[in-house]
Design a protein around this ligand. Structure first.
Ligand code: ZN
Length: 241
């Protein structure tokens, strides 16, 4: 964390969802050089990945400073995750809560693997900070999103790569309403509108109907969380004028 204040370059884990798009705007407002990384790991639906180039183009056209700072996009194949974990995110298994309290969408070790691969890429590209949208507030059931997990991983990466790489998680303590507010503070209504209409969160991969909170089935846990957060955000805006 200490190196982040003087760092000028970052690698953002960018999936094409609401959280990682907000993280990308956060990074573009802080760092001179920003690269992005997406993973193909046999997600049930490739819609997130299809949205990525569209979102990157829109971010560039939205703000000339962001356009100057936003550099290479990388996409890496981590399909081995699908081979070793039969979960509801990588197969057609039903989304339920397991006996250990974790949802069947939990892919064990996913964020540890993502961040380790990202750190290796950042090392090779000379990027100083990793930015990820992990959040303890809404996804407390995901142990690899916990701040303690990520601080421990940051230490392991620094030691294991003899590097001062920092790991930043700007959404860690925000709920979904606060994440919408952060997007507004970074990119105004234009960014909120881009996230609402073009980012993908739905576990079932539905993009047909545009609800007030975005596109999705409206029933899966990801849609429910996103819808509730957006409604809280709008209610907060209305009450403060
Ligand atoms: Zn959904």
């Amino acid at each position: 964390m200490s190196t982040a204040s003087i760092a000028n370059s970052a690698l953002v884990l960018f999936s094409g969802g609401q959280d990682s798009t907000t993280c990308l705007a956060w990074a573009l407002s802080r760092f001179q050089r920003v690269e992005t990384l997406g993973f193909d790991y046999g997600q049930r639906h490739a819609i997130e990945l299809e949205q990525r180039p569209r979102l990157l183009a829109s971010m560039r056209s939205m703000n000339p400073e962001w356009a100057a700072r936003l550099k290479e996009d990388h996409q890496l194949d981590l399909s081995l995750l699908g081979e070793i974990s039969d979960t509801a995110l990588t197969s057609d298994a039903e989304i339920t809560i397991q006996k250990n309290g974790l949802p069947t969408t939990f892919v064990p070790g996913r964020n540890l693997l993502f961040l380790t691969v990202a750190a290796a890429l950042a090392y090779r590209r000379g990027l100083q900070v990793l930015v990820g949208g992990m959040c303890e507030t809404d996804y407390s059931g995901y142990p690899d999103c916990r701040n303690d997990t990520l601080r421990a991983l940051e230490t392991a990466l620094q030691l294991g790569m003899e590097s001062e790489i920092a790991l930043e998680t700007p959404l860690m303590w925000l709920n979904k309403a606060a994440t919408w507010s952060l997007a507004e503070s970074l990119g105004g209504d234009a960014l909120v509108e881009l996230i609402r209409t073009d980012t993908h969160t739905c576990y079932l991969g539905e993009r047909g109907e545009l609800h007030d909170w975005g596109r999705g089935c409206g029933h899966c846990p990801a849609c429910a969380l996103r819808a509730r957060g957006y409604q809280e955000y709008r209610a907060g805006r209305a009450s403060t004028g």
